[in-house]
Write a protein that binds this ligand. Structure first.
Ligand code: H2U
Ligand code: ZN
Length: 348
């Protein structure tokens, strides 16, 4: 069989979590790595912003006032996309027009009272409070009878549609399992039934043997640019122990999670010396009464930046019509991220 060079030839790669493919075109990146080429956009420097609806003591749309919180603070989204009191109903005409009511809840979680911080610039202990809040929120929402999926995520940066630099994330809980999570439930269940081990456990073993795509790791977590990454610097954060959701993490694991979140976001900021935009979020087991053997807690990071603080990748054309495509290989993206200093560029 002729040698197949993943670093030089156009090829497609398979994502075993979603059963989707990504086209990789490494021959288009023969130019040398250039790194940051222009100044990053200015960032906020106010520790407290009197006009911020997330800062302690300020009022929000609809008239609610935030408490003088000192750690994390969770509230019901004032413009929630889902509402718990939605009456149930559906319409169907033949197999062509089909709609169902969807009840749920949307919450906002402030990571810190400090308006000017980001996870990358918070201490491990401060991030630990965020981790503990995520755990508590998942448990609380999972216990509700009509909640079948809980998504905990963060949109960071204006480029990702985030409306406010104050460090915050969101939690959406709803009564059906959304498609992306449903796909990962099926693939992980099928893999577990065939192999009696979790898909991500086995994948992690491979990645740790090869050491080609590992970005950083600690005692309980590993971050890789997955073999099938779509976004240039997309990563997958995987727990070494196969647990189905955040609340199953033990104290030491929660501390390690805080630590690796900090490590990863610092590397991201250092890549283009900017407060790195991304969407990140956890995939956790559905919260109905089902059993989910092989479901393995992980977080996806989907950052849009390609070559600098302002040059981003667009998912257009072929990506929308056919399949996603990337030029820089996941292996070189992992090399770039791994080789960066472990201290934040603003703190050096
Ligand atoms: P993003 O910027 O990540 O979209 O999150 C901010 C959320 O905060 C957004 O979903 C909500 C918006 O609906 N929000 C409030 O709940 N109250 C407000 O006073 C303003 C914004
Ligand atoms: Zn603020």
């Amino acid at each position: 069989m002729p040698h197949f060079d993943l670093a030089a030839l156009p090829h497609r790669r398979y994502n075993p979590l979603t059963q989707e493919w990504v086209l990789v075109s490494p021959h288009r990146t023969q130019r040398p790595w250039q790194g940051q080429v222009e100044a990053a956009p200015a960032e906020t420097s106010l520790a407290f912003d009197p006009h911020c609806y997330l800062c302690p003591g300020n009022s929000r749309a609809g008239g609610a006032r935030n408490p003088q919180y000192s750690g994390t603070f969770v509230f019901e989204n004032d413009f929630a996309a889902l509402r718990p009191d939605t009456p149930s109903g559906s319409i169907q005409e033949r197999e062509l027009l089909f709609a169902q009511s969807e009840a749920g809840q949307c919450r906002v979680i402030c990571f810190s009272p400090r308006h000017d911080l980001t996870l990358a610039r918070m201490s491990v202990d401060e991030i630990r409070l965020v981790v503990d809040t995520w755990c508590a929120q998942f448990s609380e929402l999972a216990a509700e009878p009509n909640v079948r999926a809980v998504h905990i995520f963060e949109n960071r940066g204006a480029m990702m549609g985030c409306s406010n630099p104050h460090p915050h994330g969101q939690i959406w809980a709803n009564e059906t399992v959304p498609d992306e999570l449903a796909r990962e439930v099926v693939t992980q269940r099928d893999y577990f039934q065939a192999h009696q081990s979790s898909l991500l456990e086995d994948y992690l073993k491979l990645e740790l043997e090869k050491q080609e795509r590992v970005v950083c790791s600690n005692e309980h977590f590993v971050v890789v640019v997955p073999f099938w990454a779509v976004w240039p610097y997309g990563t997958l954060l995987i727990s070494r122990r196969c647990v189905p959701s955040l609340p199953e993490l033990q104290q030491a694991e929660r501390q390690s999670l805080a630590q690796i979140l900090r490590q990863l976001t610092i590397r991201y900021d250092n890549l283009f010396q900017t407060s790195f935009p991304y969407t990140m979020g956890f995939h956790q087991r559905p919260t109905d009464d089902g059993s989910y053997p092989g479901f393995h807690l992980h977080a996806h990071y989907y950052p849009p930046l390609l070559r600098s603080a302002t040059i981003r990748k667009f998912m257009v054309g072929y990506e929308m019509l056919a399949m996603p495509q990337r030029d820089i290989t996941p292996e070189s993206a992992a090399n770039h991220l791994r080789d960066l200093p472990a201290t934040h560029y603003l703190e050096r």
